[in-house]
Ligand binder design. Structure first.
Ligand code: 5CA
Ligand code: ZN
Length: 389
C-alpha cells in the first residue's frame, strides 16, 4: 500500500460525473480508496481526503438534453443519490468535496496563469459561439509539455484514438496537437456558461478541474491521486501535467482500481449496462453484502459483477454475523494481525476476508472461550474493512 510521506496523508479521489449514480464500478473504486483511507487511519495518520463531482461537463449536458431535464437538477439529484449510496456502503466521507461549478474561480485563475506562462493557447471559435465576446477563443493546454507521458505500449495513433474515446477532441481545428486538452470551453448556444474575466464566459475543461481542486485542498504536492483505471489516460496524465505546468507536483503516486464488468463489458454509463447500488438497496440487498462482494476482489483486478458474487457475499455476511454474536470465541489476536498484514500488503482485501472466514469458521464449529473476542473481530472488521456486522 502506498506510504504517506508525512503525518498528514493527502488523497484525492476522482468522483462521479452525476448523470447516473451509482453503479458497481463507481462503488468498487470508492471502496478501494476507502480501504486505503482506513489503513492509513489505523497506522495513526491523519488523512486529508478530497474528492470532486464533475457537475458540469459534456456527458452530463448531453444526458440532460436527451432526458429533457434541467442539467443542474439532474446533477443535484444524482449527486445526492451517490452520497446516500456511499453512506450505505460505509465509505468514509471526504473532508473536502467540491464541484466543478464551485471550482470555476479556481479554474479561471489557473487557466489565466497558464496562458500568461505561454503553456496554454486560444483556439478560435466557430461562428455563433462565444456570446458577447466571440473573439475570445477556447483555451487548450500545450500537451507538448514534457510531463505528458503517452500511454506505455500505445503508438501515437492509438493514443489519439484513446484520447477521443475518453472525452478528448483530437480533430478540433486550430489545435497545435491532437492531444492538447481543453482548459476552458467558451460559451455555446444552449450551454451553461460563467463569466471568467479575460477568458470570457464559458466552463471548465475536465482535467484542470481535478488539478485545481486537489491543489487548493492538498497543496502543490500530495500522496495519492486515485480513480478507476479508465482515468490513467488522459485524465490523470493531463491533470498531473497541468499541476506541473502551474509549478506544483500533483500526486506522488497515482493508484487505479480495476474495472468492474457486467456480462463481459465494462460497466459504464455510456453503454448503459449498469447495476445500480440504489437498485440493489431498493430490492432489499444489504449494502454490507455489496461491500463484501467488492472486497472479495483485489482492488487492482478487473472483475465481473454477477448474482453469484453477491450470493457468496451475502452468505459470508450471514456467517460472520453469526460468528460474532456470542460473548466468547476463539482468540482473535492472530486474525487481527493477519487482516492488518494483508491490508498493508497492497490492500489485499481477499486475504483479509479469508482470515476472518477462518476465525468465523472456528468460532461456529469449535467455539472458543476468549471473552470479548467476537467484539474484537467485529470492531476490526468495521474499522479496517468498513463492514458493520
Ligand atoms: N468525474 C470523472 C472523474 S473526475 C469521472 O470519471 N466520473 S465517472 O462517473 O465516469 O466515474 C467515477 C469514478 O468511477 C472514476 O474514478 C472512474 O474511474 C470510476 N469508474 C467508472 N466506471 C468504472 C467501472 N466500470 N469499474 C470501476 N471503476 C469505474
Ligand atoms: Zn478527476
Amino acid at each position: 500500500m502506498p506510504a504517506a510521506t508525512g503525518p498528514v496523508a493527502g488523497m484525492y479521489v476522482c468522483g462521479i460525473t452525476p448523470y447516473d449514480a451509482t453503479h458497481l464500478g463507481h462503488a468498487a473504486t470508492a471502496v478501494a480508496f476507502d480501504l486505503l483511507h482506513r489503513a492509513w487511519l489505523d497506522e495513526g495518520l491523519e488523512v486529508r481526503f478530497v474528492s470532486n463531482v464533475t457537475d458540469v461537463d459534456d456527458p452530463l449536458l448531453e444526458r440532460a438534453a436527451a432526458l429533457g431535464v434541467d442539467w443542474a437538477t439532474l446533477a443535484a439529484e444524482q449527486s445526492a443519490l451517490y452520497a446516500d449510496d456511499m453512506t450505505a456502503l460505509a465509505v468514509l466521507p471526504p473532508q473536502v468535496y467540491l464541484g466543478a461549478v464551485e471550482a470555476i474561480p479556481l479554474v479561471a485563475d489557473a487557466v489565466t496563469r497558464l496562458l500568461d506562462r505561454g503553456l496554454a493557447y486560444r483556439v478560435p471559435l466557430e461562428p455563433g459561439a462565444g456570446g458577447a465576446h466571440p473573439e475570445l477563443g477556447d483555451v487548450y493546454a500545450d500537451a507538448h509539455a514534457p510531463e505528458v507521458e503517452l500511454v506505455p505500449g500505445l503508438d501515437h495513433d492509438a493514443t489519439v484514438a484513446l484520447f477521443a474515446e475518453r472525452g478528448g477532441d483530437p480533430a478540433r481545428p486550430g489545435k497545435r496537437d491532437p492531444l492538447d486538452p481543453a482548459l476552458w470551453r467558451r460559451e455555446r448556444p444552449g450551454e451553461p456558461a460563467w463569466d471568467a474575466g479575460v477568458l470570457g464566459s464559458g466552463r471548465p475543461g475536465w482535467h484542470i478541474e481535478c488539478t485545481v481542486i486537489a491543489e487548493q485542498a492538498l497543496g502543490d504536492a500530495f500522496d495519492v491521486q486515485g480513480g478507476g483505471r479508465d482515468l490513467c489516460f488522459p485524465h490523470h496524465a493531463m491533470s498531473t501535467a497541468h499541476a506541473k505546468a502551474l509549478g506544483g507536483q500533483g500526486a506522488r503516486v497515482q493508484l487505479h482500481a480495476g474495472m468492474v464488468a457486467l456480462a463481459g463489458e465494462k460497466m459504464s454509463k455510456s453503454l448503459g449496462n449498469l447495476v445500480l447500488v440504489s437498485t440493489l438497496r431498493t430490492e432489499g440487498v444489504d449494502p454490507m453484502a455489496v461491500r463484501l462482494a467488492i472486497l472479495a476482489h483485489h482492488y487492482s483486478q478487473d472483475w465481473e459483477w454477477n448474482d453469484e458474487v453477491l450470493a457468496t457475499a451475502t452468505e459470508r455476511l450471514t456467517t460472520w454475523r453469526a460468528a460474532v454474536s456470542g460473548n466468547g470465541g476463539p482468540d482473535a489476536t492472530a486474525t487481527l494481525a493477519e487482516v492488518r498484514a494483508a491490508l498493508a500488503e497492497d490492500l489485499e482485501a481477499p486475504r483479509a476476508l479469508a482470515a476472518v472466514d477462518s476465525w468465523a469458521s472456528t468460532s461456529l464449529t469449535l467455539g472458543g472461550d476468549v471473552e470479548g473476542a467476537p467484539g474484537v473481530v467485529a470492531r476490526a472488521v468495521d474499522a479496517l474493512l468498513g463492514i458493520r456486522l
